[in-house]
Design a protein around this ligand. Sequence first.
Ligand code: DQA
Length: 138
Amino acid sequence: MKILIINGPNLNLLGKREPEIYGTQTFEDYFKILKTRFPDITLEYYQSNVEGFLIDKLHEVGFSYDGIVMNAGAYTHTSIAIADAIAGIQTPVIEVHISNVHARESFRHHGFMSKNCVGSIAGLGLKGYDLGIQYFIP
Ligand code: DQA
């Protein structure tokens, strides 16, 4: 089984970025833990701050991988293009947000991609990625 985690803009700064909201762990460190938690899955990780690169990656893996766990960061709230890319691929996508976007500023309450994802996880910290992966395990 092949699963890709995709992180969007500013998530490369996890561990340093607004730690009171996003915690103190880097994603690279957390990804190592995920790899040991799911040894039977081919688990990959991609991060970009560029909207088009995120779309290219969705196209690249979206007809062959079994699942995508995606935190599109602020593009969640702005990008019809990413929402369209998710609608256009075959691989199911789980949307993840580290923070509870519904308890934050009103501009974070709407996400364009949510309706094209199989489900959304928000507010459970980095554990949301773990739970997203578990969805794909039969
Ligand atoms: C986020 C929430 C977004 O509103 C924000 O722009 C992010 C991170 C989260 O993981 O909580 O960059 O997606």
